[in-house]
Every structure is written in structure tokens, then in C-alpha cells.
Design a protein. Structure first.
Ligand SMILES: Cc1cc2nc3c(=O)[nH]c(=O)nc-3n(C[C@H](O)[C@H](O)[C@H](O)COP(=O)(O)OP(=O)(O)OC[C@H]3O[C@@H](n4cnc5c(N)ncnc54)[C@H](O)[C@@H]3O)c2cc1C
Length: 415
């Protein structure tokens, strides 16, 4: 049996970052995944490291928008009717957390973590030699109507308070920045400080390679074999059972499969999302990700092509894919940008692991000595992976954490 100090379960962007930070602090670490690193949710995101983001995605407040969603006419959200009763308690909590005062509270509680996002990626990408995937060109949010633009005035006010750089633009100025965008929008905001990546999978792979270079071990194994062998923890891997005093669960949307049998039931839901790559027609190109705010999709230039990512879908994590949102958003996307043929025959599907208050869980598992949690990063997992890795590694090694971890504790659900 191999003995290590810490087992990290899940080699997505969060687990890989946690493993690197622990290894950098001199611990012997085993990183265990049942698949290849980075091929879970972390494979398919929009590639935006959104340190600028202030408010989390919220339940729509206006009836017209809600009605469009109910009638399945909105590209922003889809649902499986039969799944709604199951997710109803979570949706009720999400609705409550979408009150304006609660959104401000979330923004303030998330800021310490968000404000480290860019810098922590900066450190890891440099050490991992992955800088070629990082674009320091910000991202653009586009607004087709004056009303939609006016609706995010509060975000700009808070950006001022938090010192987050942005430049509001009219169509002409946005076009000067992104000449391939058609004049179908009236306003844009350029969040100049944000970073984007051209290949999220390659970034997780690079961080995993950095971890291995630091002496960490990468193993294939099923996290659901995790069990107590007092006073330690054991997990089975391709190299036999591994034993450690501490375990970090960084399994993203699959965390409940391992935590449930241990009696840990935290209220996680998934917001499923899809992506598909398209060839760009002619010389059309994008220098930064673009969000079409009213239509809820994002366009990002990836190594594989122009990646369109969808809004959210409420359905069982493992239910058959139903990528109907593409039918609604593709006409708008083609109007905005010269998309050619799709690269793949089918869209990719992923599941954002989300708590209703849009905060991840980072810290000790209640009542389980040596068990640590780092999951539930929702829409911001790529952004927050390295900052999460640093925070939990500081907590586990008894160093002063760079921010107060209390807002991310699992205990908040017991109150
Ligand atoms: C369409 C879409 C767009 C997004 N865009 C952005 C964006 O622009 N910016 C951003 O910051 N975030 C974005 N996100 C969110 C982000 O991708 C996720 O929050 C993040 O990838 C979660 O990372 P993770 O490491 O927690 O989980 P994952 O990447 O899912 O990693 C979990 C790992 O656990 C492994 N695993 C599962 N079960 C087991 C088991 N039984 N045994 C062993 N291993 C197991 C999996 O193989 C996987 O590798 C987006 C998400 C989606 C779906």
C-alpha cells in the first residue's frame, strides 16, 4: 500500500490546482481521477477567467423573461419538466439568493476569492509553462437594446467601488476592437482586466504536469472507493490502495457520488451547459470572448474553432443531452459573427456544479476528520481553480489563509 500525506480526488481545474498548491508546500500528494485530467467539466467551458465578475447569474426578475423560459423560447435556460419537482427546493433557494440585496452580499463575499483569480492563474501558468494559452485581452459583453444595457448599470457602479477596470463602448468603438462583429448590438462593455484561454483542457493538463514535476503522483481510480481506515483514508487506484491522513474531494458535479455514502449531503445542483465549435468564415476572427447578453451565449476563439457555449439547463446530471438551446441561439450568433460549418457532429455537454448561493465549498467537511471539500464552483470553476488551491492548501498546512474562508464553509448550510 502506498502512503501519502494527501489524496486529491478529481483532476479537473480545481483538483489539479489544489494538488499543485499542496505539492508546492512539500506534501506528498496523490491526484486520483477515473479519467484523464481535465476531461470533465473543465474541458468544455468558455475559457474566461472572470476575475471581473461581480454578480452571480441570477433568477430572472422580469415576467417577460420568465415566461420565455417557461415556454422554452429563451436560449438562456432550458429544463426537463420531469426533473423540476426534484430540483424545486434548490430553485427556491436560488430564487431567494437572487434578491438584489443577496446578490450584493454574494458579490462582497466572493470578492476576496475573485480578486486573486487572475494573479493565481498568472503564477501557475508561468510555473507550468502554459502562458501561450492565455490571452490578456479582456472580454466583451454586448447589449442589443438600451434597456438591457441600462439594466447592468449597478454592475458598473460596483465595479467602480471594487476597482475593476472596464470601458463602456458604443457599436463603433466595439467594432474597432472586434472588426468581425456585425452591427446588431448598440452597447458593449469591455472588461479589460479579464483573461481568456485558448484551450482549457491544455491548461488543466499543464497544471497537472507541473504537479507531477513537483513530485506528485497521478493515479487512475474510482473516488467512490474512498473509505475510512482509522485514523487514515483509503482509496483504490490502478497502483493499488493509497492511504493518506487527509483527502480533498474536488470532484465537481460528481462530488455527491462519493460524499453521499459518507453521510455528507450538501445541496448541490447542476446547471448543465453545452458547447460546439464552428469554423469561422473567411477572415472572421475574435480577439477575446464575447457574450451576447440578451441571448445568453458566449463566443470564444479556441484552438479547435469558435466555441459557442450555451446558458443553463436544469435536468438530471446524467440524463440524455438535449441541446435544443442551439436552435434558439444560432440565428442570433450567425447574425453577430460569420460562423461557418460546425467542427463536431454533436455538441459537448457538461454540468456546472452549483450551490444556490453561488459560492463554492472550500474547507473541512463537517464531522469527518481529515476530509476536505473543494467543489461547487458553478459558473466560475476555471476562474477560481488556482485561488481555491492556494486557499485550501493554506488551511490544510496551518498557514494564514489569504482570505477569510468562512463564507465558503460547508457549515453555512447547517444554519
Ligand atoms: C458551458 C460551460 C461554460 C463555462 N464557462 C466558464 C468560464 O468561462 N469561466 C469559468 O470560470 N468557468 C466556466 N464554467 C464552469 C467551469 O467549467 C466549472 O466550474 C469547472 O470546470 C469545475 O471544475 P472542477 O475541477 O470542479 O470539476 P471537473 O472539471 O468536472 O473535474 C472533476 C473531475 O472528477 C473526476 N471524477 C468524477 N467522478 C469520479 C470518480 N468516481 N472517481 C474518480 N474521478 C472522478 C472527473 O473525471 C473530473 O476530471 C463553464 C461551465 C460550462 C458547462
Amino acid at each position: 500500500m502506498a502512503r501519502t500525506d494527501v489524496i486529491v480526488l478529481g483532476a479537473g481545474i480545481v483538483g489539479a490546482s489544489v494538488a499543485v498548491h499542496l505539492a508546492k508546500r512539500g506534501l506528498a500528494v496523490a491526484l486520483v481521477d477515473r479519467g484523464a485530467p481535465g476531461e470533465g467539466t473543465s474541458y468544455g467551458n468558455a475559457g474566461i477567467i472572470e476575475g471581473n465578475t461581480i454578480f452571480p447569474p441570477a433568477f430572472p426578475r422580469d415576467w417577460a423573461n420568465r415566461l420565455r423560459i417557461v415556454l422554452k423560447r429563451s436560449p438562456q435556460a432550458n429544463y426537463h419538466l420531469a426533473f423540476l419537482p426534484k430540483v424545486a427546493p434548490w430553485l427556491a433557494a436560488f430564487f431567494a439568493a437572487s434578491r438584489p440585496s443577496r446578490l450584493v452580499e454574494t458579490a462582497r463575499l466572493m470578492r476576496p476569492l475573485m480578486s486573486r483569480a487572475l494573479a493565481e492563474h498568472g503564477v501557475l501558468s508561468k510555473e507550468a509553462g502554459a502562458e501561450r494559452y492565455f490571452r490578456h485581452t479582456g472580454w466583451l459583453k454586448l447589449y442589443r437594446s438600451d434597456r438591457a444595457f441600462a439594466a447592468q448599470a449597478r454592475e458598473l457602479e460596483f465595479a467602480k467601488e471594487f476597482g475593476i477596470a472596464n470601458v463602456p463602448l458604443d457599436y463603433e468603438a466595439a467594432h474597432a476592437l472586434e472588426p468581425s462583429l456585425a452591427p446588431v448590438f448598440r452597447h458593449a462593455v469591455h472588461w479589460t482586466g479579464a483573461i481568456s484561454v485558448s484551450n482549457p483542457l491544455a491548461v488543466t493538463r499543464a497544471y497537472t504536469a507541473l504537479f507531477a514535476k513537483l513530485g506528485g503522483g497521478v493515479f487512475s481510480g474510482d473516488a467512490r472507493t474512498l473509505r475510512r481506515a482509522h485514523p487514515h483514508w483509503l482509496v483504490d487506484t490502478n497502483a493499488g490502495p493509497i492511504d493518506a491522513g487527509d483527502v480533498v474531494v474536488a470532484l465537481g458535479p460528481w462530488a455527491p457520488d462519493t460524499l453521499g455514502p459518507l453521510g455528507i449531503e450538501l445541496p448541490l445542483a447542476v446547471k448543465r451547459g453545452y458547447h460546439r465549435h464552428f469554423h469561422a468564415e473567411g477572415s472572421a476572427a475574435l480577439g477575446r470572448p464575447v457574450l451576447d447578453a440578451e441571448n445568453g451565449y458566449c463566443l470564444t476563439a479556441m484552438e479547435q474553432g469558435i466555441r459557442i457555449t450555451t446558458g443553463v439547463e436544469f435536468a438530471a446530471r446524467d440524463a440524455q443531452p438535449t441541446p435544443v438551446q442551439f436552435d434558439l441561439l444560432l440565428p442570433a450568433a450567425r447574425e453577430l459573427f460569420a460562423l461557418g460549418e460546425p467542427v463536431e457532429s454533436q455538441p459537448w455537454i457538461g454540468a456546472r456544479p452549483c450551490f444556490a448561493d453561488s459560492r463554492p465549498v472550500i474547507g473541512r467537511a463537517p464531522d469527518h476528520r481529515g476530509l476536505w471539500l473543494a467543489y461547487g464552483h458553478g459558473h466560475w470553476g476555471l476562474t477560481l481553480g488556482p485561488a481555491t488551491g492556494r486557499l485550501i492548501a493554506e488551511m490544510m498546512t496551518g498557514a494564514a489563509p489569504f482570505c477569510d474562508p468562512a463564507p465558503y464553509s460547508a457549515e453555512r448550510f447547517a444554519r
